[in-house]
Design a protein around this ligand. Structure first.
Ligand SMILES: [Zn+2]
Length: 437
């Protein structure tokens, strides 16, 4: 790599010092403060640090931290990788990540959805990974179509290789101004934010509903997908606008249950340690991204299997013989993913807060179908436990209200329990009950 100019070197070094001090004084991992100081001293620092590296930017409403980690793990097969492993996903976090691995030829950066256009522009990243867009913090809801539109503009006519989830209509629309897209069928369990065509506002038809294949007048079967028919399952994710030509592009990578089907039609069992469908989807995206870096699947896949926990997700905290597995769910789509991972033979503790990073508005609770929790013991806690309690009551889910996570945990018999918490509730439990066992 070429040497950074002196001013950028100094800004980068001071930022790293501040980050070290921040860690030493217990003020967090330091990635944001260090990056902010670096940027204050040299506003062009991110561009300079990004130069001469092969970068992938990863954005989505859900799964971007995990997918960033999976791609990083795969690319370490090729060499050193700079990454913002702690989820500091705005430019200050990117500066910190790149300056703490100055000589890494590769970089994988998780990017906040809103900052993506700016970060694409600044870093000139060669690879951009787009996974899903759904309602998140309700005080910001309604912006996702605008976000996709900003992605479109930022990507238009740019020499960038996009890896995108073709099963998400909004993501597809956001990515479709780019000629070079690798389309991945990674699934889309949460469809409540994509019933309308982002192009014309018309209704989107989906396989299994009132699906109307393009050019035919009546609902009918989806034409068999390519690749010798082995991907018929992936056709279940097909969609098309009823009123304009916008429809799902043909994917070249597919998630097929517990396996991935690559562009050659070869099926590979994923067999990763992270649980649930959402993580298998993340893994398929990661494999497609690794291939864009020239890393073949047979070398990337074993690296994905090494990842066991990402920023505290799925780790187990314990006290007095109770082993609590932590699942993070920040928005309705995330709750669906967490339900998929739950061990239904165990009790579950739900904790909901509504602090700044969670969004103050808890009306999203009404978008989640909690009936899946009927039949097992449910404990409710968190600052907004009463909001959650009302929601569960209306859904006919029996539960026990508790005043704190500690109290809820103490009510459990010794053994395992699952916990689903939103962002600050999750972080509180992690900091109070230790990081991992
Ligand atoms: Zn349309």
């Amino acid at each position: 790599m070429t040497q950074l100019p002196l001013r950028a070197q100094l800004a980068s070094a001071l930022g790293r010092t501040a980050a070290t001090l921040s860690r030493a004084t217990g003020r967090g991992d330091g990635s944001v403060i260090g990056g902010r100081i670096g940027l204050a001293l040299e506003p062009d620092l991110l561009r300079k640090l990004a130069q001469d590296r092969k970068l992938a930017l990863v954005s989505a409403t859900n799964g971007k931290t995990t997918t960033t980690r999976l791609i990083t793990s795969a690319l370490q097969e090729l060499g050193e990788v700079a990454t913002n492993a702690f989820g500091a996903n705005m430019p200050a976090g990117h500066v910190s990540a790149l300056s703490s691995a100055k000589h890494a030829p590769y970089g994988v950066l998780e990017v906040d959805e809103k900052y993506l256009p700016e970060v694409i522009d600044t870093t000139g990243a060669g690879v951009v990974v787009l996974m899903n867009l759904s309602r998140d913090q309700m005080d910001r809801a309604g912006e996702i179509w605008l976000l996709a539109q900003k992605w479109r503009r930022a990507l238009a006519n740019r020499p960038v290789h996009v890896i995108a989830n073709a099963d998400d209509p909004l993501v597809t629309w956001g990515a479709s101004t780019v000629p070079g897209v690798t389309w991945v069928s990674a699934g889309q369990p949460w469809k409540e934010d994509s019933w309308c065509c982002p192009e014309c506002g018309g209704p989107l038809d989906r396989k299994g509903m009132d699906y109307v294949p393009p050019g035919s007048a009546a609902p009918g079967p989806v034409p068999a997908a390519a690749h010798g028919g082995i991907v018929s399952r992936a056709a279940e994710n097909d969609w098309a606008c009823r009123e304009c030509a916008f429809r799902r592009p043909q994917p070249s990578w597919f998630l097929d249950d517990d396996a991935v089907i690559d562009p050659r039609g070869q099926r590979w069992v994923l067999d990763i340690q992270l649980p649930g469908r959402a993580n298998r989807a993340n893994a398929v995206i990661a494999l497609a991204t690794a291939e864009a870096f020239g890393l073949p699947i047979q070398r990337a896949l074993p690296r994905l299997r090494e990842v066991t926990s990402v920023a505290g997700r799925y780790t187990v905290v314990q006290r007095d013989g109770r082993h609590a597995r932590l699942l993070l769910a920040k928005n309705p789509a995330g709750w669906l993913e967490a339900f998929d991972v739950l061990d239904r033979s165990l009790p579950v503790i739900l904790s909901v807060n509504a602090q700044g990073p969670d969004g103050r508005d808890t009306s999203w609770l009404w978008d989640v179908d909690y009936r899946v929790l009927r039949g097992g013991p449910v404990y409710v806690t968190g600052e907004r436990r009463l909001d959650l309690a009302l929601r569960l009551d209306i859904a006919g889910v029996p539960f026990q209200l508790t005043n704190s996570f500690e109290e809820a945990l103490a009510l459990q018999p010794p053994g395992k329990v699952d916990v689903i918490a939103n962002y600050t509730a999750f972080q509180q439990i992690r900091s109070e009950f230790g990081r991992a066992v």
